[in-house]
Design a protein around this ligand. Structure first.
Ligand SMILES: CC(C)(COP(=O)(O)OP(=O)(O)OC[C@H]1O[C@@H](n2cnc3c(N)ncnc32)[C@H](O)[C@@H]1OP(=O)(O)O)[C@@H](O)C(=O)NCCC(=O)NCCS
Length: 339
């Protein structure tokens, strides 16, 4: 089966639908508790990127049927080029695994990353799935591990949560921002995010530190069909953003939302802000997103304070979520020794 470059912006609807089938077959095989994805905004999800970033994609397709109907898309790879690194995503349909298709997809993508002058490739690898052995066989090394936890909204103690949302220290109040941030808050919000960058609490998700980048990242989310929700804690005396939490509801799987950053600015720690903003977020989501059944979050294992609050809210650890990396030159050499 040949690998060909593929542009999701101009792909036929049948190809997008076929890729969705493969993605859902992969989820059913590897992450059977995760909700299947839907087609809504899938093309945009695959196409839209932040300004300055590029995503290049390839597919492998089965042969056409005798009547000329195009074959199914059985393999997919894309690489997001950002900063100095390429972030890889690979999918191989479970019915055609272990025939070296995954390897071929990585080979093609790695060559391009090399040709574009990038030095390293990173990939998110889900613990307890075939991807672990696959990437290790290609020389990728584990750089970082987080735990994914999932909250079942059906099991939440709502009265207790209402109390938590109100349990914030005097001098602070909460604000709910569905859909993004009002313009006049961008700067204060970016300042709160920038402070935590120095602390490095080990979170995996990329953050946006300056107002323009923050605006771009919210716009990019929306273009990809992912609706951002934000709850802030404001320090009344200074107007500063003392804490924030972000959840995204993706059109592709609106029954399960993704928790992004939660930050409490250092000077404002110890006032119950973490608990209160997360509890308020869940209360708001319950009324704003009627289909929502679960929220998933990722935390560094060392981040005990946050893990404790998440456990109080009802999050249950689900599995390891790892970041692997490899040097592009080494990978290209391993896969294409004659180049
Ligand atoms: C990881 C994945 C891409 C591998 O695709 P594949 O086509 O089966 O992989 P290959 O046949 O190229 O395997 C290459 C090597 O990787 C290793 N490997 C791959 N799958 C393995 C498995 N299940 N167990 C042990 N080793 C494995 C082997 O060393 C293999 O070489 P070998 O078959 O000669 O022993 C595929 O399983 C997949 O799509 N997984 C889902 C990935 C994903 O991102 N999921 C996100 C949601 S969970």
């Amino acid at each position: 089966m040949k690998v060909r470059e593929w542009d999701p912006r101009t792909a036929s609807s049948a190809e997008i639908a076929s890729l969705l089938d493969t993605l859902n077959a992969v989820l059913a095989a590897d992450l059977p508790q995760d909700p299947p994805w839907r087609e809504s905004s899938l093309r945009e999800y695959l196409s839209e990127v932040m300004p300055g970033e590029r995503r290049i994609s390839w597919v492998t397709q089965a042969d056409p049927a005798p009547d000329g109907t195009p074959g199914a898309i059985l393999g997919h790879v894309n690489v997001l080029l950002l900063g100095g690194i390429g972030v890889l995503e690979v999918l191989v349909h479970p019915t055609v695994r272990r025939s070296r298709l995954g390897r071929e997809l990585v080979r093609v993508a790695a060559r391009r990353v090399w040709d574009e002058g990038f030095q390293s490739i990173g990939v998110e690898v889900v613990g307890d799935t075939p991807a672990v052995a696959f990437y290790e066989s290609l020389g990728f090394a584990r750089e970082y591990v987080e735990t994914r936890s999932v909250l079942d909204l059906g099991a939440v103690d709502w009265p207790a949560l209402t109390e938590m949302a109100g349990g914030i220290g005097a001098g602070y109040h909460l604000e709910f921002c569905p859909g993004g941030l009002p313009d006049d808050l961008l700067e204060a919000y970016a300042r709160a995010k920038a402070e935590v960058r120095d602390v490095d609490d080990g979170e995996l998700r990329p953050s946006s530190y300056d107002p323009q980048r923050l605006r771009d990242s919210l716009d990019t989310l929306r273009r990809r069909g992912m609706k951002p929700y934000i709850v802030l804690a404001r320090h009344e005396q200074t107007g500063e953003v003392a804490g924030l939490t972000e959840v995204v509801v993706p059109a592709q799987h609106p029954t399960r939302a993704d928790q992004y950053d939660t930050i409490v600015v250092r000077d404002h720690r110890g006032y119950g802000i973490d608990r209160a903003i997360k509890a308020r977020m869940l209360l708001e989501l319950r009324s704003a997103e009627l289909e929502l059944a679960e929220v998933q979050t990722w935390n560094a294992q060392a981040n005990e304070a946050m893990l404790k609050v998440n456990a109080e809210l009802g999050y249950r650890p689900d599995r390891d979520w790892c970041e692997y990396g490899v040097d592009v030159a080494e990978l290209v050499h391993r896969l294409d020794p004659h180049r």
